[in-house]
Design a binder for this molecule. Structure first.
Ligand code: ZN
Length: 294
């Protein structure tokens, strides 16, 4: 008898969660190995100790997630993962959509949390062309302006920073004729933007409400769950405005803990749905219990 093949990957990078009539599917775009040196206002040694105590990877591994929303006949994405921007282990969006039977042409909107490469890299191909031929790009006006501004490119001080700006500009160009900039309000029935500035000027969450149920897809409020839940004062070197990003994280965590508002995030551990509770001067993440039915 031949031995059944040993698995080398999870059977699915998708996880469904219904918010009233809105079907949300989290898609894992991959995980990458980061560094505690990404952190600001927080000692690397202390971060490593937190990871060791919580049986987390050292060096830290960061999930990258994005989301499919199905609302009536509309299929929308919230962010699009890395594409080819962060190496061959990332950029699983096309494969994940294939597994759901969703073609690129089916995507009607892309709601961006911000224009960093791990969020919009999947929107353009290697030639800088739009991957989603029918999708309207919806983004906060402040992010659109910031990344499109020549001064942002001129002010980039490293190859990595320049790469960030160039990919954002490529994305803006690819979707130029079908981009909607917003600052507030509803963009689809039950889906509204929540400005969360700091990580980038227009960094935003997307709040879903349907049938009395709610979810805040909060983008990059947290990059390292093992550190930034207990210590929301820990910043990220990629934050455009570090002090504002920390203030926004504290404000959003206070809000979702107080309101018992369910959250999901681009760098929360997959499948990334859960609640935030207050704990020992900081916060803790309580994952949703897996359920076979949706
Ligand atoms: Zn990110």
């Amino acid at each position: 008898m031949p031995t059944p093949p040993r698995p080398t990957a999870q059977s699915s990078g998708g996880h469904h969660f219904a918010i009233g009539d809105i079907m949300v599917t989290a898609l894992n775009d991959g995980m990458f190995t980061g560094s505690f040196d990404f952190l600001t206002h927080f000692p690397s040694q202390e971060a490593e100790a937190l990871h060791r105590a919580a049986f987390r990877a050292i060096p830290p591994r960061l999930a990258v997630n994005n989301f499919v929303l199905r609302i009536g006949d509309t299929v929308a994405l919230v962010d699009a993962g890395c594409g080819s921007a962060m190496g061959p282990d990332m950029g699983r969006l096309t494969a994940n959509l294939d597994a759901l039977g969703i073609a690129a042409a089916d995507i009607g909107l892309v709601l961006a949390t911000h224009l960093h490469p791990d969020h919009v890299g999947g929107l353009v191909d290697g030639d800088g062309k739009a991957v989603f031929p029918n999708a309207e790009l919806v983004v906060h006006e402040a992010d659109y302006r910031f990344w499109g501004d020549d001064a942002t490119l001129a002010g980039a001080t490293s190859d990595m920073d320049r790469g960030f700006v160039q990919l954002a500009r490529t994305t803006i160009a690819a979707y130029a004729k079908r981009t909607r900039v917003v600052t507030q309000g509803e963009v689809l029935p039950g889906v509204s933007i929540v400005p969360e500035p700091g990580h980038t000027p227009g960094h935003s969450g997307w709040r879903l409400e349907s049938g009395g149920d709610q979810l805040l897809i909060w983008g990059d409020i947290v990059h390292m769950p093992g550190v930034q839940f207990p210590h929301p004062e820990a910043g990220m070197g990629f934050d455009v405005d570090g002090a504002q990003a920390i203030a926004t994280r504290k404000r959003i965590m206070d809000m979702v803990a107080t309101d018992r508002l369910r959250v999901a995030g681009m760098h929360l551990d997959f499948p990334c749905f859960g609640h935030v509770t207050r704990s020992a001067g900081g916060y803790a993440f309580v994952p949703e219990v897996w359920s076979p039915s949706v």
